[in-house]
Design a protein around this ligand. Structure first.
Ligand code: ADP
Length: 394
């Protein structure tokens, strides 16, 4: 009988979940508990044909998790085999999925300094789920694990050795489940065996990162110690001159929390456009002549192309460029403008294929003379479910 996995992605005020059957493309049930801890918590869930919602009195994480139990029981035709948990930062401890035990919990706690917002929230979810779903395997899947294959020359900053050895200051990379999933898909779609191929992958959602993947191994990626490094994102600046901190401190008297807020929440597409962090809204505004929206899209695409071209240094050849995430899957304009900047690698889009790429389906969008360019919908929950089961099979 095919097995069932519950996938949990727990944030500081939300729990995303999906009930997946092994091998299925779509979840049997998925949903979101939001505004946890605010006194206005809600739980919504949907199946293929229905969407329902309820308020959660005393909406803390534990209450929300307990509310999942009857839902899962209603939709599962057999007991769960595993619960797969997304964990943001695995540091250097974790290169693969881990069955969660006391040691793993301790190591996730130890990495909290590197992801102070995310790891504690992920642990809250793990503890709540272990209480509600006892006696089965709980598995941690780390956003960073896929990138542990990067060579030292890609993951080390040019900083004194002691900062790396004693404090773990290095590049880690994130979005690993997504880059791994779409590059595996690309290998399958192009008839390659065992995840082979030399790919550039662009995950463009609210957070954005690029990655060079060779034969199923991450060789380099745009995010670093934290998810702030690299590309322009919805509200994150991506790369800036590291001296900006000192400059803002000296000239404006800003302290570190103020600068962190600037770079993480007020910058990126939002900061450049002065309008929105949402690409769809920016495209509409740009079409209507909004100068800030136009500039934001231009900077986003140029910086993305520059990052992707830079990542070619990590590959011996290029088998294809892959776009995914809300922007990568849906914005023909972003794909077109980005690829226009990549002529140096011989990349060229088929304009019709690009604008006709159907929502939710993989599509090749390059002309014949160009290296392959694909749109591939990501499915991080499926990757988490697959990895959870693969771990149990070992
Ligand atoms: P998250 O990283 O939170 O999972 P998503 O992957 O859903 O986010 O991506 C959200 C981004 O995708 C937003 O900027 C949104 O505007 C953009 N997006 C979604 N649909 C479209 C579309 N049709 N055209 C352009 N951008 C889109």
């Amino acid at each position: 009988m095919t097995r069932l996995v519950l996938v949990i992605n727990c944030g500081s005020s939300s729990i995303k979940f999906a009930l997946r059957r092994e091998g299925d493309r779509k979840p049997l049930l998925s949903g979101l508990a939001e505004r946890l801890g605010s006194g206005r918590a809600t739980l919504e869930w949907r199946t293929d044909d229905k969407r329902e919602e309820k308020t959660l009195d005393d909406g803390e994480h534990a209450t929300a998790m307990a509310a999942l139990l009857p839902l899962i029981n209603d939709h599962a035709d057999q007991p769960l085999t595993a619960v797969g948990h997304r964990v943001v930062h695995g540091g250097e401890h974790f290169t693969h999925a881990q069955r969660i035990d006391d040691d793993v919990v301790e190591a996730i706690e130890a990495n909290a300094a590197l992801a102070p917002l995310h790891n504690p929230a992920n642990l809250t979810g793990i503890r709540a789920a272990m209480a509600v779903f006892p006696g089965i395997a709980h598995v941690a899947i780390f956003d960073t694990a896929f990138h542990q294959s990067m060579p030292a020359y890609a993951y080390r900053y040019a900083l004194p050795e002691a900062l790396y050895q004693e404090h773990g200051i290095r590049r880690y990379g994130f979005h690993g489940t997504s880059h791994q999933f779409i590059t595996r898909q690309a290998s399958e779609l192009t008839g390659r065996k065992h995840g082979q191929g030399a790919w550039l992958s662009a995950h463009l959602g609210n957070g954005c990162s690029s990655c060079a993947v060779l034969d199923g191994r991450s060789m380099d990626t745009s995010m670093g110690l934290t998810p702030l490094e690299g590309l322009v994102m919805g509200t994150r600046s991506g790369d800036v001159d590291p001296n900006l901190h000192a400059h803002l401190g000296r000239t404006l008297g800003w302290d570190l929390p103020r600068i962190e807020k600037l770079l993480n929440r007020e910058s990126g597409l939002l900061g450049l456009s002065g309008l929105s962090n949402d690409m769809r809204q920016l495209e509409e505004a740009a079409a209507g002549g909004h100068a800030g929206a136009k500039l934001a899209i231009e900077v986003f695409c140029y910086r993305l192309a520059r990052s992707l071209l830079g990542l070619c240094a990590a590959l011996p050849r290029l088998d294809g460029l892959l776009f995914t995430g809300g922007i990568g899957e849906n914005s023909a304009k972003v794909r077109a403008r980005t690829v226009e900047h990549m002529g140096a690698m011989g990349l060229k889009l088929d304009a019709n294929a690009n604008s006709n790429a159907a929502r939710g389906a993989a599509a090749a969008i390059h002309v014949e003379s160009s290296p392959a360019i694909w749109v591939i919908p990501t499915d991080e929950e499926r990757q988490i479910a697959d990895e959870s089961l693969a771990l149990l099979d070992h």
